[in-house]
Write a protein that binds this ligand. Structure first.
Ligand code: AMP
Length: 403
C-alpha cells in the first residue's frame, strides 16, 4: 500500500516524497491510520523501523498550519531530540509549521528566542523542558498531541518522574502517542496514566536483529581485549565502525589508545559537551573519523547510514541493548557486521542475549587470539520472565544501575 492510500494530505505527501521514501514501513502502515483518526497509540517499535514518520506525519496533518504550540515530543537524549526535530522539519517543509527543540548542555538564549517567536511543535528532553517551564519561557496549555518516544530508555536514564510531572501539565483532552520497546511495570503504569483507550501496535523488530547483519562473538581474555580490537580493525574491511564501551571512562580510554595507533576516532558519551557531541557525530558522518567509540545511552537511536561494523568492546549489560547496538549497522538495507568481545566470566550475559534474540551467535576466532579454555562453561540460571505489552513473556535484564 502506498503512502497516498493512508489518508495523508497533499502537503504531507510532498514532504514524504521529498525524503525519497518508497512505500510505508509496517509501523507506518499500522500507526498512521488510527493516529489520523485521533486515537491514542501504544507501540513497540525501535528506531530503524520508521517510527519517527509514523508519529510525525499524522501529527503534522492534524496541526495543519502555523498557530500555537500544539505538539510536544519528549525524547530521552539530546541526539534523539535533534534527530526528531530534523525529521519533523523535513516532513513539514511544504507547510508553514514551525518546529523547535530544547535540550540540556547548551545555553538557554537561542531556545528562549525560538520559543518566544512561536513554535507549533516542540521536541524536548525532559530536564531542560522542566527548566523552561519553571522559568515561564514555555507553556503547555494548548498541547493537542503529546508524543512520548523511547519510554523504556527514559526509564533507564531516570526520566520517568520528570515525564510524569510534564504530562500532568499537558491538557487531558489530547492525543497521546507512546513508544516503548518493552513494557516493564513502571512503564505500564505510566502508560495507564498517560493514555486513553489506546490502539496497541507491536512491530516484531524489538528483539530481532536485521538479517542483513552478520554477527559473531570472539571469546577473549580481558587483558587481550584491546589487542584483539586492533587486530579486528586491521583484519576487517570496514568503512566506518562504532565501538561500544560499557562506561564513559572506558570509552575515553579506548579512544585514546586507538588514536595512539593512528585511528581517527570520535567519542560520544554523556560527559562530553553538546558541542563536542555535535562535532563527533558530524565528523563521523562526514568520514573525518572512521571510528566512533560510544556508550549505549549516547548512541541510542542514532541514525547514521553506512556504518559497516559495530564492535561491542564490552558485552551489553542488558540483552535489549544488544539489539539497539547492532541496529546501528545494517541500516537502510545495507549489510553490516557486528562483533562482540566476550570475557570468559561474561558467558552468562552472552546466553541471556542469545535467549533474548532467539538465536545462537556464531563463535569466531582470529589468528593469534585463542579461545580461553573453560570459556562458556558457566551455566546460566533461568531468569524470571516478564510480560510484554502483547501479553507474551520475555526475559528482562536485572535492574543494575546504569553508569
Ligand atoms: P526511524 O526508525 O524513524 O529512525 O527511521 C529510520 C530510517 O529509515 C530513517 O533514516 C528514515 O528516514 C528512514 N525511513 C523511514 N521511513 C521510511 C520509508 N517509508 N521508506 C524509506 N526510508 C524510510
Amino acid at each position: 500500500m502506498p503512502f497516498s492510500a493512508l489518508g495523508l494530505t497533499k502537503h504531507i505527501l510532498q514532504g514524504v516524497q521529498a525524503m525519497g521514501y518508497g512505500d510505508p514501513t509496517p509501523i507506518q502502515l499500522r500507526a498512521i491510520p488510527p493516529a489520523l483518526e485521533g486515537r491514542d497509540l501504544i507501540a513497540s517499535a525501535q528506531t530503524g523501523t520508521g517510527k519517527t514518520a509514523a508519529f510525525a506525519l499524522p501529527t503534522l496533518q492534524k496541526l495543519g498550519s502555523h498557530g500555537r504550540l500544539r505538539c510536544l515530543v519528549l525524547e530521552p537524549t539530546r541526539e534523539l531530540a535533534m534527530q526528531v526535530e530534523t525529521a519533523m522539519r523535513d516532513f513539514s517543509r511544504f507547510t508553514d509549521l514551525k518546529v523547535g527543540c530544547v535540550y540540556g548542555g547548551v545555553g538557554y538564549g537561542n531556545q528562549r528566542v525560538a520559543l518566544k517567536e512561536g513554535l507549533d511543535i516542540l521536541v524536548a528532553t525532559p530536564g531542560r523542558l522542566e527548566d523552561h517551564l519553571q522559568q515561564g519561557t514555555v507553556r503547555l496549555n494548548d498541547i493537542e498531541v503529546l508524543i512520548l518516544d523511547e519510554v523504556d530508555r527514559m526509564l533507564d536514564v531516570g526520566f520517568l518522574p520528570p515525564m510524569r510531572r510534564i504530562i500532568a501539565k499537558v491538557p487531558k483532552n489530547r492525543q497521546t502517542l507512546f513508544f516503548s520497546a518493552t513494557l516493564p511495570p513502571e512503564i505500564a503504569e505510566l502508560a495507564n496514566f498517560a493514555l486513553r483507550d489506546p490502539v496497541r501496535i507491536e512491530i516484531g523488530a524489538a528483539r530481532s536483529v536485521a538479517s542483513i547483519v552478520k554477527h559473531g562473538v570472539y571469546m577473549v581474555d580481558p587483558s587481550r581485549k584491546f589487542d584483539l580490537l586492533l587486530a579486528l580493525l586491521t583484519a576487517v574491511d570496514y568503512q566506518s565502525a562504532i565501538i561500544f564501551s560499557r562506561t564513559k571512562h572506558g570509552a575515553d580510554k579506548i579512544a585514546k589508545k586507538l588514536r595512539a595507533n593512528n585511528h581517527a576516532v570520535a567519542v560520544l558519551h554523556a560527559n562530553r559537551s553538546q558541542n563536542q557531541r555535535i562535532e563527533a557525530l558530524s565528523g563521523f558522518k562526514s568520514g573525518k573519523y572512521e571510528v566512533m567509540v560510544a556508550t549505549d545511552i549516547a548512541a541510542r537511536g542514532i541514525d547514521i547510514a553506512g556504518v559497516s561494523h559495530v564492535i561491542n568492546y564490552d558485552i551489553p549489560q542488558h540483552p535489549e541493548d544488544y539489539v539497539h547496538r547492532i541496529g546501528r549497522t545494517g541500516r537502510a538495507n545495507m549489510s553490516g557486521d557486528a562483533f562482540t568481545l566476550v570475557a570468559p566470566d561474561e558467558a552468562k550475559k552472552l546466553s541471556a542475549i542469545e535467549r533474548f534474540i532467539g538465536q545462537k551467535i556464531e563463535r569466531l576466532t582470529l589468528e593469534g587470539f585463542q579461545v580461553p579454555p573453560n570459556g562458556e562453561n558457566a551455566a546460566a540460571k533461568p531468569p524470571k520472565p516478564e510480560v510484554r505489552m502483547d501479553g507474551r513473556k520475555f526475559f528482562r535484564r536485572g535492574r543494575a544501575p546504569r553508569r
